[in-house]
Ligand binder design. Structure first.
Ligand SMILES: [Zn+2]
Length: 87
């Protein structure tokens, strides 16, 4: 069992959470006319091995959005915080 400690609900089984995407991607400004920047934002994703920041939603609990830092090579959760908190 992979356990995730939700800041609102405490330690819960990972099956209560849904992956929401890569949290390291920064959306280009609306004023940015660069097609390359928008193409990379929409379509290009890395597949990192090691620590990685990800959005997850606690769908089986508080429904809050979280940023989880997880080591993708061994699934160890390195940190969890609410998505609205400072980066
Ligand atoms: Zn929660």
């Amino acid at each position: 069992m992979l356990a995730i400690t939700c800041p609102n609900c405490g330690e819960r089984n990972s099956n209560e959470f849904r992956y929401g995407g890569d949290a390291s991607i920064v959306r280009p400004s609306h004023e940015d006319p660069s097609e390359e920047a928008w193409f990379r934002y929409v379509y290009i994703r890395d597949n990192p091995k090691g620590p990685h920041r990800e959005y997850w939603q606690h769908v089986g609990g508080c429904r809050g959005w979280l940023i989880i830092e997880r080591n993708t090579s061994n699934h160890v959760v390195l940190g969890v915080r609410r998505a609205g908190e400072c980066r």
